[in-house]
Design a protein around this ligand. Structure first.
Ligand SMILES: NC(=O)c1ccc[n+]([C@@H]2O[C@H](COP(=O)([O-])OP(=O)(O)OC[C@H]3O[C@@H](n4cnc5c(N)ncnc54)[C@H](O)[C@@H]3O)[C@@H](O)[C@H]2O)c1
Ligand SMILES: O=C/C=C/C=C(\O)C(=O)O
Length: 487
């Protein structure tokens, strides 16, 4: 038991062990794979103090080119340890190895490279004006570092979502105290190792492990000496963090939950739409905030489309990360599996027909101690059902027919969430017309999770506050200041 890895916190350039440790569990088989040092309030305070100090040190004097070069060096470090990061993500989450390679770690590198390049070309604004007395004024806008950013990230895409915040925060000259999810501490710890090796000044990047309430997450979000909080996670957690930030009127950027819809018109490319809805419903075992949980299909193709989806769902390979052709791994934990499974039960109580899946698989091997659940398709629920309104965050979607655009658009928008939607049609004008009426932060047409990192990303309503991506990230991670000079 003692040879299991101990994941430590990283504070002020030093690796820190703490008294309280918590277990790291492999969701494939329920095995203990390590222990993690939980940061108490004092450790979090020391991390914030170190960040505040570093913000006034050499980090402050670096040029944009120097900071950009350091971010590229971090990306190089992730690249050099690519397989270590793949192993870390797979160990913590049980996801398919091919996904960890093509999505999680690849995006970790891309996030740092994108912002390293963007800060070198980011433009600002300058206006010339004349005062009533005839004096000329030059008015220009500049972005100054905010200071210390609290970064709190979730377990579903651990490295992707942590680096999506850390990269622009560092790019804009801030310092960071990051708190990854208690479920996925490994890749964040590797990132701290890479950042340390890249030679950033002590205290610029700090990592504290722990939970939310009464632990490192709450200690960080309530610390009076952080200047902004960027959070990705459940909407109700966002609400709790917002309350904590309100005390000090902190800036917040929230990427929260979703109950995303796919709309398939009869004129869609049928096979592409089936494949697209399968990907958007079952990728990462449905544990992506952008995943589809509501599928609306135009009535003329409803039966044929559902039959095709059902066949594809039944053919999904649910297995170990390294299994050949594996499509789906386990959920993140037995607790989360219990939540998703309870929604399968609730769906039956609400009158749903379970067309595929609907239960916990039996493998007859060590996976039966893991957090596996069957990919599931259900039908027959009214839009008012809880399963149609609450985020389940598992490999499940509900299929329903519709007859007209005028009917389906209000149904899609009738949600407390507004994160993402996908539309499948070959009619160009319809694509633009419908996409323009969907109330979400992102609408894909004949695509899903196709990301241009320069575009704004985020949700409306309970799905979040603010946008990150491209210059939107540069703005959030800056103190935007106007300088007006009489000339
Ligand atoms: N919109 C997006 O971009 C996006 C991306 C990924 C995940 N999500 C959402 O995240 C959820 C799944 O992730 P999760 O289960 O890790 O979310 P979560 O809200 O349970 O936890 C997210 C992070 O917040 C921390 N935390 C929890 N309570 C806290 C508190 N009171 N104060 C401070 N920190 C606290 C957790 O330790 C974790 O690090 C889903 O709802 C999903 O939709 C949204
Ligand atoms: O689970 C949610 C996924 C979020 C994805 C991003 O933030 C991104 O692609 O930048």
């Amino acid at each position: 038991m003692t040879d299991l890895p101990l994941l430590r916190c990283f504070v002020d350039g030093q690796w820190v062990e703490t008294h309280h440790r918590f277990p790291n569990i492999n969701p494939v088989n329920g095995q203990l794979i390590g222990r993690v040092c939980e940061a108490d309030a004092a450790t979090v305070s020391r991390a914030v103090e170190a960040a505040n100090r570093a913000a006034q040190g050499p980090w402050k004097t670096l040029t944009v080119q120097e900071r950009s070069a350091l971010l590229h060096r971090i990306a190089d470090g992730i690249e050099q340890r690519f397989e270590d990061f793949v192993a870390a993500e797979v160990m913590d989450t049980g996801r398919p190895v091919h996904q960890a390679r093509s999505l999680d770690v690849a995006r970790g590198i891309a996030n740092f490279r994108m912002f390293a390049d963007l800060i070198k070309t980011a433009s600002s604004e300058l206006y010339e004006s004349t005062l009533p007395d005839g004096a000329k004024m030059l008015n220009y806008v500049c972005r100054k570092p905010l200071g210390t950013i609290g970064v709190i990230s979730p377990w579903n895409l651990p490295l992707l979502l942590l680096t999506w915040k850390v990269a622009p925060a560092l790019a804009m000259g801030n310092c960071v105290v990051a708190k990854p999810s208690e479920e996925t501490p490994s890749s964040a710890t590797l990132l701290a190792e890479v950042i340390q090796a890249a030679g950033l000044p002590h205290g610029v990047f700090n990592l504290v492990h722990g939970f939310g309430p009464g632990s490192a997450g709450e200690h960080l979000s309530t610390n009076p000496n952080i200047d902004a909080i960027t959070f990705t996670g459940e909407s109700r957690t966002g609400s709790a963090i917002m309350k904590a930030a309100a005390e000090g009127v902190k800036e917040v950027s929230f990427e929260l939950g979703g109950k995303n819809a796919a709309v398939v018109f009869a004129d869609a490319d049928f096979d592409a739409a089936v494949a697209g809805v399968m990907r958007s419903s079952f990728t990462n075992s449905g544990q992506v905030c952008l995943c589809t949980e509501r599928v609306y299909i135009e009535r003329p193709i409803f039966d044929r489309f559902v039959e095709a989806l059902k066949r594809r769902c039944e053919a999904l390979v649910v297995g170990r990360p390294e299994d050949p052709g594996v499509d789906m791994g386990p959920l993140i934990s037995l607790e989360h599996r219990g939540k998703v499974h309870s929604y399968y039960q609730l769906a039956r109580e609400e009158g749903a027909a379970i067309l595929c899946g609907g239960d916990i698989p039996v493998f007859g091997d060590e996976r039966d101690q893991g957090a596996y659940i069957q990919p599931t398709i259900m039908a027959g629920l009214p839009d008012t059902a809880r399963c149609m309104r609450e985020e389940i965050f598992g490999p499940v979607c509900h299929v329903a027919p519709f007859d007209t655009e005028e009917e389906v658009i209000p149904r899609v928008n009738d949600s407390a969430y507004g994160l993402a939607a996908s539309i499948w049609t070959t009619q160009l004008s319809r694509a633009h017309r419908v996409a323009g009426q969907i109330r979400t932060g992102i609408v894909w047409v004949n695509a899903w999770f196709a990301r241009d990192l320069r575009t704004p990303f985020g949700g409306t309503k309970m799905s979040g506050i603010g946008r990150e991506g491209g210059r939107y990230s540069l703005d959030f991670y800056s103190e935007i200041s106007t300088i007006s000079i009489r000339i």
